[in-house]
Ligand binder design. Sequence first.
Ligand SMILES: [Zn+2]
Length: 292
Amino acid sequence: MTFNPDSKLDSGKVSKRGRNAAIGGGSAIVVVGLVILSQLVGFDLTGLAGLTGSDQSASQPDQSLECSTGADANSNVDCLIVGAANSLDVYWVGESPQLQVDYRTPSVILFDGSTSTGCGQASSATGPFYCPPDKTIYIDTSFFDELRTRFGASGGTLSEMYVVAHEWGHHIQQLSGILSNTDHSLTGPASDSVRTELQADCLAGAWVGAASTIEDENGVTFLEPVTDAQIADALNAASVIGDDRIQQQSGGGVDPESWTHGSSESRQKWFQAGLSLGTGACDTFAVSAAQL
Ligand SMILES: [Zn+2]
């Protein structure tokens, strides 16, 4: 998706945290990360399992980004996140009353390398995630490169914004009580964990479906209409981070009982359900296992 160059962005919706020089042993972090990556990647709120509880080193202070227009979002990946956050925020202000959600804007923090969070220490190997205790989305934008190089995704800006929209979906789930009312200790193709993740995919799709109508404060739409090629990129991203695909890629057998995010097919299906039908189609907890 491409931003309307004249749309006006509020860069205060996203902050950026510099590399934490206090953290040594980068190679050790990477090694651990690669071992756990297959369980964690996939825009994860439960990537929290991979975070350490200690919070011993202070991160650099957060900086605001200088992204004031859609043109900035089209030319810079940090500003692309700012643009997505602006559009998502307006979308969810409008959509939340139907879902009986008392909406508040989440924090979004971009980081590089490693950072302290309300859920423990995160590294770039953790993958993007939502931290419920501090209601913050954490994204290391190097993950977008990894989506292409490691997972073989076709890339594109919509697949990057899908990551942001999926994490925003987890925030909506937190506000609505879904995260606290479901059991994330279990895995498997019809587990609450998978239903939660597929719902976040559906909520992301719902935003994409509406995105070309969402306007800035001056009535200028943030995003131009989405193209079929861009939808294909987002579906491709959803498919490469399906649990079965990740298990196949890592050379192991496919073990549905260990799934936390859902199959490639399910992730694409629910993204598409949201895209075509909106948030009303996103009750992944109401359907049978066969319908997931
Ligand atoms: Zn997720």
